[in-house]
Design a protein around this ligand. Structure first.
Ligand code: AHM
Ligand code: MG
Length: 344
């Protein structure tokens, strides 16, 4: 690319050259994912000029209101990634069941999961939104894949990443070899490597949580946040700052840039409804955990490493505590203490 910057295409090709068994399939698949995000970036940028804001008047499988853009961006992913022959199937937050590759196209050896427009409630108010994706190997019958083929622990991911549609559009991804960030040059339609080897500082003084749920939190989360709020007058002896964008992609990106901790924990309201969290394991928890861990951070439910969970169902939800390692470990230790007290 120009100005001495490496394009995302060159970066992916050069990274795959180091892998003897690579056939070019994965490189090509990742390029299609990148293309999907460019198309979505363009739609997000145009907003109401192309009439994409507002509700679609439908609900997804989790009973959440779907925005027009949830459906449009889901279709962009399906159309862009279905034809090339790299995928056995796809699954997304916006579809009840897995998506089978149409008969006229060949089927390949990978599975793609995605949340096409995370934080979509932010679309109408013109605040950052993102796309999250994860690539898995199809280990079963790739010609006749089922939902069970997607139920792999996060440690099995081949690649994960996100696109952030903010003041600039960025893609951040990992193939298990560190984390790299690319910025979209709108003039030439290509991502350039602008943030090589992103790392998360181990310590932080910034936390992100939706505090309107505080009366439902479990004790360990309550304790952690109380201590942050007490700042220099409390147990921590230091002041903390707080953020809540309500776009997980934007929160994770901030944490990758300057550290921090993000929490969407399980709470009493969720337990009463029989759900295990707000965020989805396959479309949000695992891909973000892979990125965050590869950048030197940590991602836990509070009680276990997110990437070690064996998924039981496609749309499984999970509590998420991620970011700077020492803070995540502190939250985990508070859970351990509380759970030990409960047994004693
Ligand atoms: P979505 O996938 O339906 O957009 O929901 C996930 C989003 C995350 O991006 C964000 O962290 C969270 O939901 C915000 O939740 P809340 O509205 O409770 O603040
Ligand atoms: Mg989401």
């Amino acid at each position: 690319m120009h100005n001495g910057k490496t394009s995302i295409t060159q970066f992916i090709i050069e990274e795959q050259r180091h892998i003897d068994s690579a056939t070019g399939d994965f490189t090509s698949l990742l390029n299609d994912v990148v293309t999907s995000c460019k198309v979505i970036s363009n739609l997000v940028n145009q907003g109401e000029l192309v009439g994409v804001l507002g509700s679609a008047g439908s609900e997804n499988v989790q009973g959440e209101e779907q925005k027009k853009m949830d459906i449009i961006t889901n279709d962009v992913f399906l159309e862009t990634n279905q034809w090339a022959g790299h995928l056995a199937a796809m699954a997304s937050e916006e579809m009840d069941d897995i998506y089978h590759i149409p008969k006229q196209y060949p089927r390949g050896k990978y599975l793609l999961t995605f949340d096409p427009l995370d934080g979509s409630s932010n679309m109408d108010v013109n605040v950052s939104v993102g796309t999250i994706f994860s690539i898995l190997r199809c280990k079963g019958d790739c010609q006749n894949p089922t939902a069970e083929d997607f139920l792999q622990a996060g440690t099995e991911q081949v690649c994960a990443g996100y696109a952030l549609y903010g003041p600039s559009t960025m893609m951040v991804l990992t193939t298990g070899n560190g984390v790299n960030g690319f910025t979209l040059d709108q003039n030439i339609g290509e991502f350039a490597l602008t943030h090589p080897n992103m790392t998360i500082p181990e310590d932080t003084r910034e936390f992100a949580i939706n505090a309107s749920n505080s009366r439902f939190w479990e004790k360990p989360v309550q304790r952690y946040v109380d201590e942050c709020l007490a700042g220099s007058t409390g147990a921590r002896g230091e002041d903390f700052n707080m953020r809540w964008v309500a776009s997980m992609v934007a929160e994770v990106h901030r944490i990758l840039t300057r550290g921090g901790i993000f929490m969407y924990p399980i709470d009493e309201k969720m337990k009463a409804k029989g759900t295990e969290g707000k965020l989805r394991l396959l479309y949000e928890g695992n891909p973000m955990a892979f990125v965050v861990e590869q950048a030197g951070g940590a991602c836990s439910t509070g009680r276990e490493r997110v990437m070690e969970i064996n998924p039981k169902e496609l749309h499984q939800r999970v509590p998420v505590v991620l970011g700077s390692k020492n803070e995540v470990e502190r939250v985990v230790s508070y859970h351990k203490e509380m759970d030990a007290d409960a047994v004693a």
